[in-house]
Design a protein around this ligand. Structure first.
Ligand SMILES: Cc1cc2nc3c(=O)[nH]c(=O)nc-3n(C[C@H](O)[C@H](O)[C@H](O)COP(=O)(O)O)c2cc1C
Length: 414
């Protein structure tokens, strides 16, 4: 073999070796798909949301009340809980389905109500309702939603929709909304009770966050730094409180501070008597959201509501409030099966959902996860986060030795 032949052989071998280890991904032209493909968990979606949204909007969805002690505690509490995995338990077929309010649920999650989702993405509530319908889980539309009850029902006709109410000073308007929700096929009413006054969200105060967003010099600069969001925002219809349009401040005709609007509308004289009133105007299941003590959980069970959501509003109301996951077990012991328990706040992974179920919850609610998904990739961003959570739940069930939700028992967590 000549010297040249030897060189040719060597180069051929090198190319063969390189080919065996090199792999090029096909080039993805769709920027949303590209972005989401790299988001491995909820914190990646949060980072994308932070990059894409003007700071005022990001802080509105991400922030909590006052020192944000409760906001941090909600997620930290989940991290502190350890699994006690069992092995050799045949997890060849894992089934994460369960039931909630008498209806089947593919995995134990409900999308929590969030106000003003169109500030995050023009498709807002509709995108979330559609993604929830595809995943087969309920979506809760907020009274402070930015699409109407009817628009959400039309956009996701196969979905399970719940409607969240605050008790408005104007009971006539409240009754009207409840009747509309019933007529549009909404299945449950969620009464939020932790909002006698709006919590002080100091990030909103610092940024002067208003709804609809007001254009000042700061907002213009922020908008210029986030052209994708600004372009979408300027092309879309003005943001409005779609379910209360034409009923006083905040109907989309003037920019008001969120706190002013809400404090003007909420009725702080709300009491347990109002739950009876609600029963009189709504035939379906009622969920009381915002229960924060065992005593109130007992009273709620006595009123005969179908479910309670243990919740501190994602740390956005009372700071230093009890953490929902820590309440699940004592509440479950106190109320038994008289009322279903939903754990709301701090869920960032499928494993968190299983920790809550192991302690006695029927399901979890989550708010920020779908908002981060919406900000990161619109409707596809929410699909992405729901797939991630579903896969997390299935994988974690296999790893802790639970083939069904019935197997997710108290002894599987610390
Ligand atoms: C931006 C934002 C808006 C919210 N708006 C409402 C609302 O209109 N009604 C309500 O009952 N809860 C509202 N919540 C609270 C959520 O329903 C839920 O309790 C909370 O997000 C749970 O905590 P998590 O975000 O850690 O999952 C809101 C939460 C966020 C983050």
């Amino acid at each position: 073999m000549t010297l040249v032949d030897q060189w040719v052989e060597r180069v051929k071998r090198m190319i063969a070796t390189m080919r065996s280890v090199m792999r090029f991904r096909p080039i993805e032209l769709d920027p949303v798909v590209r972005r989401l493909a790299r988001a491995a968990d909820v914190s990646d979606l949060r980072r994308l949301a932070r990059r894409r949204l003007p700071r005022g909007v990001f802080d509105y969805i991400d922030g909590g009340a006052e020192d944000e002690v409760t906001l941090a505690a909600n997620t930290d509490a989940f991290r502190r809980i350890e699994f006690r995995p069992r092995v050799l338990r045949d997890v060849g077929n894992v089934d994460p389905s369960t039931t909630l309010l008498g209806r089947p649920l593919p995995f134990p999650l409900v999308l929590a109500p969030t106000g003003f989702p169109r500030s995050v993405h023009p498709d807002g509530d509709i995108a979330t309702a559609r993604a929830a319908a595809r995943a087969g889980i309920p979506y809760t539309l907020s009274t402070l939603g930015t699409y109407s009850i009817e628009e959400v029902a039309d956009a996701a006709p196969t979905g399970t929709h719940w409607f969240q109410v605050y008790v408005w000073r104007d009971r006539g308007l409240l009754k009207e909304m409840i009747t509309r929700a019933g007529a549009a096929g909404f299945e449950a009413l969620v009464l939020t009770v932790d909002t006698a006054r709006l919590g002080r969200r100091e990030r909103d105060v610092r940024r002067g966050f208003t709804m609809p967003p007001k254009l000042g010099i700061g907002t213009l600069v922020d908008g210029a730094l986030h052209p994708g969001w600004t372009w979408q925002f300027l092309r879309a219809e003005p943001i409005r409180f779609a379910n209360v349009v034409g009923r006083g401040v905040g109907d989309g005709t003037d920019a008001v501070s969120v706190a002013d609007y809400i404090n003007h509308q909420f009725d702080p004289s709300l009491s347990w008597r109002d739950v009876d009133w609600l029963r009189g105007v709504w035939d379906g299941p009622i969920v009381i959201k915002g229960i924060q003590t065992v005593d109130d959980a007992r009273i709620a069970a006595d009123t005969g509501v179908e479910a309670i959501a243990l919740s501190n509003h994602g740390g956005r109301q009372l700071d230093s409030a009890p953490v929902p996951i820590e309440l699940v077990e004592p509440v479950a012991q106190a109320v038994g099966d008289r009322v279903e328990i939903i754990c709301d706040g701090g869920v960032r992974r499928g494993g968190d959902i299983l920790k809550a179920v192991a302690r006695g919850a029927r399901a979890c609610m989550a708010g920020r996860v779908h908002l981060y998904g919406l900000a990161a990739g619109g409707e596809r961003g929410i699909d992405h986060v729901l797939h991630m959570l579903d896969r997390d739940v299935r994988r974690t069930m296999a790893l802790i030795g639970a083939a069904t939700m019935k197997d997710v028992s108290r002894d599987l967590v610390s």
